[in-house]
Design a binder for this molecule. Sequence first.
Ligand code: AMP
Length: 396
Amino acid sequence: MKTIEDFNFEDKKALIRVDFNVPLDGEFNVTDTSRIEAATPTILKVLEDGGSAILMSHLGRPKGQVNKDMSLSHICEKVSEIVGVQVKFVNDCVGAEVTKAVTELQNGEVLLLENLRFHAEEEKGDEAFAEALSKNGDIYVNDAFGTAHRAHASTTIVANYFAENRCFGYLLAKEIKAIEKVMQTGEKPVTAILGGAKVSSKITIIENILDKVDNLIIGGGMTYTFVKAKGGKVGDSICEDDKMELALNILKQAEAKGVKIHLPVDVLAADAFDNNANTQFLDVNEIPDGWQGLDAGPQSLEIFKKVILESKTILWNGPVGVFEMENFANGTISIGNFIDEATQRGAFSLVGGGDSVAAVKQFGFEDKVSYVSTGGGAMLESLEGRTLPGIAAILG
Ligand code: AMP
């Protein structure tokens, strides 16, 4: 696996695919700079070697049309501030003006190209567009994990034009190693905690990780499809009746593979999907009509705690309750605390994919787990066992 560490960028122009798809407020201020910060070590390595950096990214969904609201010019000052160098900007990502700006770029300088997705060819993975992009640098560096699951021109196809001179940036390399640690090389026991709303959106992940984990904790809305399939009463809880057979099949597969499945035994149930609803703790198998399970109960959390504290490798994807509502956030916060404790005792913990990252940030667990993945969809596809096109393109 070639990373940025394998290259010396002296007198070289690094064409870096970053993920600067950052949130902007009504006045075009960047409201969350974490993606810019995440790409900074890669940019600095190029500059410190004595090279220059050409940054390319998408922002929003302009659908192939120029849309000034989604111009990367809005974030140029913020990038300059974080990287510590006055970043230059050019109005397009291919064409004569870009070629001129790239040619004039000096060692130690940074150039930000305009939004790639102003060209419909980007998302189509167009060869000619990718070739035009490739003219903007000597070495291609992919540091955008968030788009590594897309076979777009700048994330995948462009790599073909840099046969030897292509590599992963620090961020992407870290993501790949973290996933490997959980899925292949993790110290046992390995435990996955899967929550979230629906079985249907997690089924491929569950099937893939059954070969890799010793324990699987299932929480959140997914719980009730399993419980009902096993003959329990779930009341008005979220439940996918058409997935019950699948749920039973998963339990059977797990048993055959020696994977222990831990489902909640009790839940905090509410009489409405509302933070201020009436609540009571109930046996997970005995939820009456008019009530729905919205968080894990105390006995369940005790069981989960024991499993998590005994684990050496932990993967967490998906909240175990409706954490957006304060009164149903306790289960998810508790899971975060258990993982924090296990991590302090030497376990490797990875949080990634969808809402679990939002939960981790909201409750301040970001610095307490070993690694928080930056790519929602890309992480989910990795956990499903797919080779991401952006990663495959570098590996060749
Ligand atoms: P996902 O994006 O699949 O990880 O799903 C996350 C969503 O699942 C969050 O918005 C949670 O509020 C929701 N969720 C978790 N537990 C439950 C539950 N018991 N009932 C309904 N929704 C839930």
